[in-house]
Design a protein around this ligand. Structure first.
Ligand code: SF4
Length: 231
């Protein structure tokens, strides 16, 4: 008897590969953010670079609303870097207790203030390299201050919102804010870095929330295939 031969299985159609960094897709994302948040700004109240530095350190693991409740009185009592540099740690801890992690924050603020006074003549420095020498200051804080207070696009702010959304939109698959920032710096034009950071933070607050993102109302829904989607 002739041996039965199995018919070959039909080849499966290959899934079309999505180019998540295609210029058209990026354009769509930028246009949607521009439309949603044309005037996006930093929500932390401040009148100069030093106050923004303090407010940004306080905003770690804390809402901007909470920080904005604490800083008006804080800056009224201690308006400049020399005032903070001369503070006893316990005094500052009492003032900022409600922002959480107050011991570490007080230590960082006093340390950064001393360095600003001793090494930079009381002015917050204007380069990334110098900013990173301040105690408690990493790239996120440095980018906030350089971008918002000085208008210098030295990088992209990657806070918890930007980190989450960049990964949901597959603009980066990296696992650390520093590496996500490097990816974003390649994809986003430099003249957009400051605005893009603000817009992504507002987008994260208002639409693409960590829990229950509002995908039904999201103008990026058609280009998003995140497993977190609620549609
Ligand atoms: S569709 Fe949903 S998960 Fe995707 S970007 Fe919009 S809100 Fe975020």
């Amino acid at each position: 008897m002739p041996k039965k031969t199995r018919a070959p299985k039909p080849a499966r159609a290959a899934k079309p590969r999505v180019d998540y960094t295609a210029p058209e897709r990026l354009k769509h994302i930028f246009a949607a953010l521009d439309q949603l948040f044309p005037q996006a700004q930093c929500a932390l109240r401040h009148v100069n670079a030093f106050q923004l530095l303090v407010a940004t350190i306080l905003s770690a693991q804390c809402t901007d609303e909470r920080v904005n409740k604490v800083t008006p009185e804080l800056f009224r009592k201690f308006p400049t870097a020399p005032h903070f540099a001369a503070l006893h740690q316990e005094v500052l801890e009492r003032e900022i207790r409600s922002t959480g992690f107050f011991r570490n924050k007080a230590k960082a603020i006093i340390g950064a203030s001393k360095k600003v006074v001793q090494d930079f003549g009381g002015q917050v420095p204007k380069s990334m390299e110098e900013m990173l020498t301040l105690p408690g200051v990493a790239r996120k804080t440095a980018n906030v201050v350089l971008g918002t207070a000085y208008g210098m696009p030295m990088g992209v702010v990657v806070d918890t919102h930007v980190f989450r959304i960049a990964r949901r939109l597959k603009l980066s698959q990296q696992n650390t804010p520093e590496k996500v920032e490097q990816d974003l710096m390649k994809l986003v034009p430099q003249d957009r870095w400051i605005t893009f950071g603000h817009q992504m933070i507002w987008f994260g607050r208002k639409i693409c929330a960590a829990r229950k993102p509002l995908c039904a109302d999201c103008p990026l829904e058609s280009v998003c295939d995140s497993p977190d989607k609620t549609l």
